[in-house]
Design a protein around this ligand. Structure first.
Ligand code: C2E
Ligand code: CA
Ligand code: CA
Ligand code: CA
Length: 276
């Protein structure tokens, strides 16, 4: 048994070593990835649950590795957040969104794109100025660029409130992302300068295929309405979930039932098709 145990321990050691080295190698190569424009933006359509029309999309970043594989954000966003490199990613995504879709947004004034912000993006005023400059350059209306912040992104409440208020004053919509997974109290929510509450996928999952058990989603929707916030439900995979959430008062939703994250070109085609 002893040799087997030693062998297993060794194997485990080698595996974790590789994993750690692989992970550590990522932050270092991020600046190079940004220079090579190896980050790609995908757009997941957001639908109006009543009319079943696409009203916008969420911009989601991917990393195209040398072997052509697309690496999901969960593999590099958390590290970029702790190293501070996330700011460059945010700027890059914002620039990509406007260069890929700026013209198209100009032709479709009812459409919006929402961009994920990290905690440090809302800790100091910065993103609002970049956004204003890009909007001017591409002649896009501020109402067509929205920003998503998570509850954990609002840890420094005072500073975040200032940045969010300034974004809203400039005409941007603010969405509270992954709602219900953090620790925000009701009182605190009330203070937030926001327009939309995004119900986290875990609460939509909890509804099951047939949305037979009601769970907490209806409570979140009711609370959002009390606070005059609109609701977007994320991670909708089944028709019954879409019907149930709409019936409960959620205005919009996104998820594989409607569409997976698309390239800019695929997204434009989808919108053009629905106009026809
Ligand atoms: P998120 O903001 O909660 O984004 C939703 C995630 O759920 C996306 O994963 C999306 O592809 C996935 N999703 C949407 N609908 C469905 C569905 O019906 N079923 C399933 N199984 N999944 C669905 P993704 O693209 O891997 O993004 C993961 C997270 O990475 C995002 O979670 C967001 O927090 C972060 N992220 C992505 N792009 C950016 C970015 O540009 N900046 C920052 N700061 N974070 C980003
Ligand atoms: Ca999001
Ligand atoms: Ca989310
Ligand atoms: Ca989520």
């Amino acid at each position: 048994w002893l040799p087997v145990a030693v062998l297993l321990a060794l194997l485990l050691g080698v595996l974790t070593f590789h994993q750690v080295r692989y992970r550590q190698s990522l932050p270092g190569s991020l600046p190079a990835a940004l220079r090579r424009r190896a980050l790609r933006v995908r757009y997941q359509p957001i639908y109006d649950l009543a009319s079943r029309r696409c009203v916008g999309a969420e911009a989601l970043v991917r990393w195209r590795r040398a072997d052509g594989k697309l690496l999901g954000p969960d593999h590099f966003i958390p590290m970029a957040e702790s190293s501070g490199q996330i700011r460059e990613i945010t700027d890059y995504v914002l620039e990509q969104v406007l260069s890929q879709l700026g013209h198209f947004l100009g032709q479709n004034p009812d459409l919006y794109i929402s961009i994920n912000l990290a905690a440090c993006d809302v800790a100091v005023p910065r993103i609002d100025e970049l956004a204003t400059r890009l909007l001017l350059q591409y002649r896009v209306n501020a109402t067509q660029i929205a920003f998503e912040v998570t509850e954990s992104g609002l840890a420094d409440t005072q500073a975040a409130q200032g940045v969010l208020a300034s974004l809203r004053a400039r005409g941007h919509r603010v969405l509270i992302d992954d709602f219900g997974t953090g620790y925000s109290s009701l009182a605190y929510l009330q203070e937030l300068p926001a327009d939309v509450l995004k119900i986290d996928k875990s609460f939509v999952d909890a509804l099951g295929h047939d949305a037979a058990s009601s769970g907490v989603a209806p409570h979140i929707i009711r609370m959002a309405h009390e606070l005059q916030l609109k609701v977007v439900a994320e991670g909708i995979e089944h028709e019954a979930q879409a019907l149930f959430l709409a019936e409960q008062g959620a205005q919009c939703g996104q998820g594989w039932l409607f569409a997976k994250p698309l390239t800019a070109r695929q997204f434009r085609h989808l919108v053009e098709r629905q106009k026809a």
